[in-house]
Design a protein around this ligand. Structure first.
Ligand code: ADP
Ligand code: MG
Length: 697
């Protein structure tokens, strides 16, 4: 029997275990590293490694791995045993500080976006001692960063850790201005809500598109979709409940605070939310959540789909990224608080976020840009590609009174004087009602809703941390010079609201009018990945990331290249899968059904001229017409792929794939989906949407 209080974190080398097993001075030294992200002393590492190994071996573990997050977006591991041979033929179990702290997997097969071409091929992994080691599938996993011989980040973790340092540095400058110069660190916290689909393994196995691409490339709409909203928060089916329980217990053993589970909008769609944690831990944990979901689904005869849009016309999967800033003492800096000083501090941090989001719309948009997420953004289930902030009416009114400096005309609010007045209380749940906003303030945190379900949350969060750190740095520069702090603060907040209020939008983001309104306001509307990714390398963006030591020019250039390549490859694989499926499954099915139809027509005509053969004739005509369209669309797609060979530079090539190849795929899909509606189900080679979406009984 699982006992939650005893078993939670039982597979984690966590603080409790460390305190028990490490000599006091080693423990203290390690804790210090946790707080300051300072490099670990090798003497300390040796002791920690040995304790870690003993703990793991007691649990039957024989291997360890550096667990890292290369740019593939999934995690990677290379298992080594603790085994060491002795001269007398005996073996012992050994694990040194050196092995704990640094590893050297062969980097040559991981994507580096050109860094490898100019630098050494070797890659190193280095322990992130702020993230606990854990046991997964009987292997001791050490969370690590992955970087090149010359120190360039090759992974998703490194820029995140660097952005945390930037946020801490600038956040502390602000706290100091408020007279809070204690030794509390400033941290970002994240709670991610993970959406996913569960379908029966047997239908999954019959869909090569799901297997190779993670999404269906064909499929006409089911007669019943999500129209009735009867799945959302509905009763959970026993098989799904068993999966969820297994998932929770596995995650809890790994110390992952999985908290909420429910059915989502689409049939077969569900959500898991974990309690928020420091952002690098939350990121590691979200990677593990996705990994564990995929891993245990087959135990229940299920397949877990994490793709952003597994089914056209059906709600896709997102991952709401709830983000806040706090002190290491646990004080939430995005909480309005109840005293004038807390209110003023809150408003300053709030303004930093408003400024950051307005100035760096492109970075937030590109932090969620993938071929998969492009299908979802703006598809009436997720925010559009336009970035805006929802603050709620009450808070917007408060900002308005600060801006106007006089009684707000329509309402009877007195202007707020920072550091003197107490903010009027605003009801917190009122702020949570706008579900259409891409970036919504929800009382004491921001919820970034554009993140795709399969994405690592590292990207969106290192962008958030960096842009907010930059805004805070600008504020600190100004306020540190001020003679009258409260007056300067009032001016700064007022100026920031005036300058950036265009980013605030409290209404329906799905409405068509918003697109033209946003354009009037000068907000960006970057629809597809090839539109947005090349902006990563603008001089402003390079300067921003270099200023805060989050990414270097080389790292940004290589990352852009890599993300574009990834986009191209994704669509290329989808196109090839489509072509293969049409040639080897769809065409044979259409031929078979056509010959049955023609045979029936012939039989009838031969039997007696007076028989009504209109059904057979109409069907034969429709099949013949659609087969012609199918052939033409297939030719077009094959041609588009052929021509892709000389599509030029990576950015141009991505644009080519996003238009020419993508549109040809859509056309071909149109023909196939229409055929599906008239070809008999016995002949149709793929399980239908209805069969997939209602496969879990
Ligand atoms: P919702 O109404 O969106 O479901 P919840 O209050 O249930 O909102 O929170 C959703 C997620 O937000 C959870 O992962 C939760 O832990 C996280 N969360 C709550 N407070 C904070 C915070 N201060 N900072 C970051 N994440 C938070
Ligand atoms: Mg939410």
């Amino acid at each position: 029997m699982f006992n939650i209080t005893e078993d939670f974190g039982s597979l984690v080398f966590n603080d409790r275990v460390m305190r028990e097993r490490l000599p006091r001075e080693i423990y203290v030294s390690l804790r210090k590293t946790f707080r300051t992200l300072a490099p670990l002393d090798i003497g300390v590492a040796n002791v920690v490694a040995n304790a870690m190994k003993n703990w793991a071996v007691e649990k039957g573990v024989t291997h360890f791995t550096h667990w890292f997050q290369p740019m593939t977006g999934v995690t990677a591991e290379k298992h080594e045993s603790f085994l060491a041979t002795k001269s007398d033929g005996r073996v012992i179990m050994e694990f040194s500080g050196k092995e704990l702290v640094k590893g050297e997997p062969d980097a040559s097969s991981f994507p580096t976006g050109g860094i490898r071409a100019t630098f050494e091929a070797r890659g190193y992994t280095a322990w992130d001692p702020t993230s606990y080691a854990f046991i997964k599938a009987n292997v001791l996993c050490i969370p690590t960063a992955f970087y090149s011989y010359s120190g360039e980040a090759l992974d998703k973790k490194t820029p995140l850790l660097r952005s945390m340092m930037a946020l801490n540095k600038e956040g502390r400058r602000i706290l100091k201005l408020f007279g809070e110069s204690g030794d509390a660190e400033v941290l970002a916290n994240v709670g991610a809500e993970q959406e996913y689909f569960l379908v029966d393994q047997s239908v999954y196995d019959k869909r090569p598109d799901l297997i190779y691409c993670g999404r269906t490339l064909f499929g006409s709409r089911p007669p019943k979709g999500q129209e009735l909203d009867d799945h959302y928060f509905g009763a959970i089916k026993p098989r799904v409940a068993a999966f969820m329980q297994d998932l929770d217990e596995t995650l809890w053993r790994l110390g992952i605070p999985s908290k909420t589970k429910h059915n989502e909008v689409a049939p077969a769609q569900h959500e898991l939310a974990a309690i928020y944690e420091t952002v690098n831990i939350a990121t590691d944990h979200n990677q593990l959540i996705m990994e564990v979901m995929k891993m245990i689904a087959p135990r229940h005869g299920l397949a877990c789909l994490l793709h952003e849009k597994p089914f056209a016309g059906v709600n896709g999967n997102g991952k709401h990224n709830n983000w806040s800033i706090s002190t290491s003492a646990g004080e939430n800096l995005l909480d309005p608080g109840s005293t004038p000083a807390e209110n003023a501090r809150f408003l300053l941090f709030l303004c930093a976020v408003i400024k950051a989001v307005d100035e760096h719309q492109d970075l937030l948009r590109l932090s969620v840009a993938t071929a998969a997420n492009d299908h979802r953004l703006g598809a009436n289930e997720a925010p559009p590609a336009i970035i805006s902030i929802f603050l709620g009416e009450e808070l917007t009114d408060i900002l308005e009174t600060i801006k106007s400096g006089s009684n707000y005309e329509k309402k009877d609010n007195a202007p707020v004087r920072l550091g003197v007045d107490v903010l009027p209380a605003f009801p917190r749940d009122a702020t949570d009602r706008n579900r259409t906003s891409p970036f919504a303030f929800t009382g004491n945190k921001f919820e970034f809703r554009m993140v795709g379900s399969s994405l690592s949350i590292s990207g969106p969060n290192f962008v958030l941390n960096t842009i907010v750190a930059d805004a805070l740095a600008g504020f600190a520069d100004e306020l540190e010079k001020a003679k009258d702090f409260n007056a300067a603060l009032q001016t700064l907040v007022k100026k920031t609201i005036e300058k950036h209020e265009r980013i605030i939008f409290n209404y329906n983001n799905y409405a068509e009018e918003w697109v033209s309104e946003a354009e009037k306001r000068g907000l960006l509307n970057l629809l597809s990945t090839p539109d947005v990714l090349p902006r990563f390398t603008s001089e402003e963006n390079i300067a921003l990331f270099e200023k805060h030591s989050v990414l270097s020019r080389t790292e940004i250039v290589s990352r852009t290249e890599l993300l574009l390549e990834n986009y191209i490859k994704t669509i290329h694989i989808e196109a090839l899968t489509m072509i293969d499926l049409v040639h080897r499954r769809i065409i044979p099915a259409v031929l078979s059904y056509t010959s049955k139809t023609l045979a029936a027509l012939n039989l009838k005509q031969n039997a007696a001229a007076s028989l009504d053969a209109s059904l057979e004739t109409t069907l034969a005509e429709r099949l013949s017409g659609l087969s012609g369209t199918l052939q033409k669309d297939l030719d077009n797609l094959e041609d588009a792929i052929m021509r892709a060979a000389d599509c030029g530079e990576t950015a141009d090539c991505a644009a080519y794939y996003g238009t020419e190849v993508f549109y040809s795929m859509q056309a071909l899909r149109g023909a196939v989906d229409e055929l599906e509606t008239i070809v008999g189900s016995e002949d149709w080679p793929l399980p239908s949407y209805a069969e997939i979406l209602y496969s879990v009984k």
